[in-house]
Design a protein around this ligand. Sequence first.
Ligand SMILES: [Mg+2]
Length: 281
Amino acid sequence: MLTAETRMVIKLSSTLKDKKLIILDCDGVLWRAETAIPGAADAIRRIRDANRKVVFLTNNSTKTRKDYVKKMRKFGIEASEKEIITSAYAASIYIRENFGEGVYAYVIGEKGLYNELKQAGVRIASEKDCIAGKVEVVVVGLDRGFNYRKLRYAMEALKRGAKFIATNMDPTLPTPKGEIPGAGSMVMALSTCSGRKPDIVIGKPNPAIVKLALKIWNANPSDAIIVGDRLDTDIAVAKICRCTSVLVLTGVTKREHLENSKIRPDIIVESIADLPRFLID
Ligand SMILES: [Mg+2]
């Protein structure tokens, strides 16, 4: 006798076979910090060989897409920059589309964010620009050199009417040495002093980053699967965007977390190594 849950998985896996876009979270799915998840590179190869498009999507704004290409290569995964969407890249595209090229942005963030913004034609504003009211957007991502001065000038720009854009609201991020403060901590510091919430948050669980992936690859939500290790970001954004969700158990979420969660993935697999059999005949 099949259990109801098993029947559900069988039904869903038959519908997974016509999905053309596979959106993969990175940390916790392909690797954990500097250690590859066994079978990840092979799984991606098999999914691609079956003519599915693979896209890598991460909330991390500190690295450039080039950095990700290099990191993936180290783990045996070949990827082009076009296949990688970071919250920094998605923020830069959002700003270009909504404010135009040449817009002045005051930035709290690291290299990944600065480089993507510059590549998109955004001008990096100075402290003087903040006071002069020249800044149209303040962009906040994870900044391990965050300090009072940056907070102060970002606040000045917001006071003078700049829009407030957050790459993501992750409170912390996991590292081999334990959790460290995430971009959300810096966003909340600016929220506190400015009395404003971000006008838009780009990263998961907000839909902007997924919408960009769907647009680039010309896919409908019903064509796409989102694979991730976190219920509150990856699976939540899949639900919001009406994409099919697949949870892997190689990252943050363990089986016991599922019992108390209102957010339910459509499918649960132990690891990305198990994914091809759901997607391919
Ligand atoms: Mg993850």
